[in-house]
Design a binder for this molecule. Structure first.
Ligand SMILES: C[S@@+](CC[C@H](N)C(=O)[O-])C[C@H]1O[C@@H](n2cnc3c(N)ncnc32)[C@H](O)[C@@H]1O
Length: 310
């Protein structure tokens, strides 16, 4: 497995205070780096759009990242709060390289995320839509390419898959990234050693909120086939157990403190610390991603399906 150092660093720079997210997102992206498309495209659950922006080779200035505009004053242990679902005048992406290809449509159900996406100009049209409500607001056969890395967040993933198939043109490709039932394996391995409160802090309602993580690879394959897709390839996204453990534990429990800390620095100090931080993370994470034995499909906690509509 060879790592695209520049791209890996772009992910680390944007998500720097959550290096575990940077690493897994880079690897998810690398599983479909070879997929090209023509015609009308859509990213379902695009969030702030940065994932596909970086995937397509976009790059930000060092002074801009995921933590420049987040919700403040949240008590993150009590509620599952998406602190990134915020938008203010402060959110001014400093783009130093545009992505090589844009998407026609992006959808998400969060207003703050969609407002952030708009700033990147990577989507021609952004639509607010809750995927629990079907059908999706698109015509049959409307798209020639579809990507999503969040269909499993909904209660109705198998039914949603059928509707995703409906909006695609015959022979068009879909890239769907799914977590398996093994996603949260580490926190459950740690649970017996933690107090109730400590487990709650570490879990931060992930085990309750992530509705679709109940399926294993075989079950996803069944749902995908039933939805009318031909499976062209299945690729392991998160590479190995070390990375899964790193993501499960990670800096999540203290991320609100880190954000507060760095946003109280002046720009010069923030940039200087960030550069050194990213450099350290890159040196540690690159070998840990590359060298340990790669998961088999059966072991994988996050997989990418390359699909074609029948
Ligand atoms: C893990 S994020 C991924 C966002 C983006 N694709 C990325 O990689 O950064 C999951 C996204 O799914 C969206 N989402 C979750 N449930 C949804 C639903 N029922 N309908 C629409 N969007 C949903 C969230 O708002 C969030 O932006």
């Amino acid at each position: 497995m060879s790592i695209d150092d520049k791209k890996f660093k772009s992910f680390l720079e944007f998500y720097w205070l959550r290096p575990e997210n940077a690493a897994v997102k880079y690897f998810q992206s690398s599983t479909w780096a070879d997929i090209k498309w023509r015609g009308k495209s859509i990213d379902i659950c695009c969030g702030d759009g940065v994932y596909v922006f970086l995937h397509q080779g976009g790059k930000f200035d060092n002074s801009f990242d995921c933590f420049t505009d987040t919700k403040k004053n949240f008590s993150h242990n009590k509620k599952f709060v998406d602190i990134y679902n915020s938008f203010s005048k402060k959110y001014v992406p400093k783009i130093i390289k545009n992505p090589i290809k844009n998407f026609d449509v992006g959808t998400d159900w969060k207003t703050g995320m969609l407002a952030k996406s708009k700033k990147l100009k990577i989507f021609k049209r952004l639509i607010k839509h809750d995927n629990n409500i079907l059908p999706l607001p698109f015509n049959d056969n409307e798209f020639n390419f579809l990507h999503s890395n969040a269909l499993y967040w909904t209660k109705n993933a198998p039914i949603l898959l059928k509707d995703v198939n409906r909006v695609l043109n015959k022979d068009s490709y879909a890239v769907l990234e799914f977590s398996t039932e093994k996603l949260l394996s580490t926190i459950f391995e740690l649970k017996p050693f933690l107090s109730k409160e400590a487990f709650k802090i570490l879990d931060r309602k992930r085990s309750v909120e992530m509705k679709g993580i109940k399926y294993n690879t075989k079950e996803w394959i069944n749902h995908i086939k039933k939805a009318g897709f031909i499976i062209e390839d299945i690729r392991v996204a998160w590479p190995n157990k070390i990375i899964v453990d790193f993501w499960n534990t990670g800096l999540r429990p203290i991320s609100h403190l880190l954000i507060e800390m760095v946003n109280n620095l002046n720009n010069r100090n923030r940039n200087k610390i960030k550069k050194e931080w990213v450099d350290i993370m890159f040196k540690i994470l690159k070998p840990l991603c590359e060298k340990p034995k790669k998961f088999s499909l059966k072991e994988a906690s996050y997989i990418t399906f390359i699909l074609r509509k029948m």
